[in-house]
Design a binder for this molecule. Sequence first.
Ligand SMILES: [Zn+2]
Length: 146
Amino acid sequence: MKGRALLGKKWSAGRLRRYREGVARRKAAGLYEGRLDPRTEVLTIKCSNPECGKDFPFTFSPRISRTKKRFCTHACQLRANHDLRTRVPEADELREMYKTMTCAEIGKILNMTGGAIRYALIRYGIPRRKAGGRTKAEKCKATSGQ
Ligand SMILES: [Zn+2]
């Protein structure tokens, strides 16, 4: 995950010089009032979590992207990202899939491990089948995707 845009960033000598010249220019023009760059704006933006959508103030320094996703709180960001990362289908959908497929096969389709599917089944309370329902040859054929 990317942190703050300027954190740990090394500027080239030229870029640093240009930046300092710009600061000096703005200072000479009397634009600096405090420590903050005068181009800094505090804008009210909407939380990028569609379930939240709360308005909150955000400080935009000159170099910060205005188009990036912004969340009202860290917890809100985590919640939104968690939903994006979750690939396990809903309980009913998973139950239907499990009728015809094994955990490993479902996992292959969803690009997850069979263990993750197994865990989801337990979490949803879907009864597991007994092992050994199929012969080894059938299983081989099913999992190799042919
Ligand atoms: Zn939010």
